[in-house]
Design a protein around this ligand. Structure first.
Ligand SMILES: Nc1ncnc2c1ncn2[C@@H]1O[C@H](COP(=O)(O)OP(=O)(O)O)[C@@H](O)[C@H]1O
Ligand SMILES: [Mg+2]
Length: 328
């Protein structure tokens, strides 16, 4: 997997992120996320069991580990898409336990999914508008005052077009998202995440399924986020990409953080090598989504849940659109 090997000059790494000796759970100079004793079990399996973890602010942190290590589950917990059995965590100094996903994203912490959630039957621009904060429908008062929401609508559209231009998707704004390539959908999902002006962007396997022609562009966009003052936490299997853009790497295996540190150091760590050689295997997403015929592997329940969640989002959006069309 060397598709994302850098073609441009090495990006400037942010250093001096931790304090004290490097070990799993090491303190950060300026943490944006602090996790304490967060655990989540499915049946008898402890999918996540993180004692202590701090994510550094305004840096790019990669979360790596073999399939089934608990990376997506940790993402789900931190973003309010799932509830832990134990533990607590803060985002930007605010306790997030029990806060539902939509509120978490309004607080400035957004995420993308391992399977993209771009809604095929909405246009690219409509997808972008779904990412805006404070949608008019959410406030009864604004809903009663059409001139207020029309003004807001124009501002949202302008912002959406600016972001689409930045991501080179502006020419496709009126196309259905379904007509985009896998890589363009990933770009769209990232652009949509930025509609809410987040402080922390969490990307679950942003490179998975992306055509090599688009990987460099995705890399650059992720690097750019740091320049905009944002913090990035991303899950990735491609070690070239991790080495190239991450300022800090956290390694999970069997639910626990087994190592962390700057990329060059972490990748020499025997625990990391063990974690990868131990059980690295890839689940074919095509089989999970029913696109390709085949047996769904054991342990793909999370992917199924993601597929169901996507369906739910699509249905809700379609219904909302129907109501809007009726109201016109
Ligand atoms: N909703 C779920 N129900 C049952 N088991 C799950 C669920 N979500 C995840 N798991 C299990 O938890 C473990 C961690 O999964 P996951 O967080 O998806 O790992 P990763 O993203 O690191 O590949 C896996 O063994 C997986 O099968
Ligand atoms: Mg995952």
């Amino acid at each position: 997997m060397s598709s994302s090997e850098p073609k441009t000059a090495a990006p400037v790494k942010t250093t001096g992120l931790h304090t004290g000796e490097i070990a799993p759970g090491v303190a950060k100079v300026d943490p944006i996320i602090v996790v304490d004793n967060v655990s989540r079990s499915f049946g008898g399996l402890k999918a996540v069991d993180v004692e202590h973890l701090e994510i550094p602010r305004n840096a790019i942190t990669a979360l790596i580990g073999p399939n089934g290590a608990g990376k997506t589950t940790l993402f789900n917990l931190l973003t309010g898409f799932d509830k832990p059995d134990t533990g607590s965590w803060t985002f930007d100094g605010k306790k997030l336990n029990g806060i539902p996903a939509f509120k978490v994203s309004r607080m400035g912490q957004v995420r993308t999914f391992q399977l993209t959630k771009a809604l095929g039957l909405l246009t690219v621009l409509e997808n972008m508008k779904l990412g805006a904060k404070g949608q008019r429908g959410e406030s009864m008062w604004a809903g009663l005052l059409p001139f207020l929401w029309r003004k807001q609508e124009t501002a949202i559209e302008e912002k959406a077009m600016e972001l689409l231009t930045r991501f080179k998707l502006d020419a496709k704004s009126e196309d259905f998202a379904a007509s985009l390539s896998g890589g363009q959908r990933k770009l769209l999902e990232m652009a949509r995440a930025l509609m809410s002006d987040p402080t922390l962007v969490m990307l679950d396997e942003p490179m998975a399924g992306v055509n090599p022609a688009l990987t460099q562009s995705l890399l650059d966009h992720i690097l750019d986020l740091k320049g905009y003052g944002m913090t990035v936490l991303f899950v990735e299997h491609d070690m070239h990409m991790v080495r190239h853009i991450a300022d800090w790497v956290v390694v999970m295996a069997e639910g626990k953080v087994v190592a962390e540190g700057p990329p060059e150091d972490v990748m020499k760590n025997p625990a990391v090598i063990d974690a990868y050689l131990g059980s690295h295997q890839d689940v074919d997403l095509g089989v999970v989504t029913g696109r390709i015929e085949g047996e769904i592997p054991a342990g793909a329940e999370d992917l199924l849940a993601e597929v169901e969640a996507i369906d739910a989002v699509a249905v809700a959006a379609a219904e909302r659109k129907e109501h809007e069309d009726e109201a016109k």
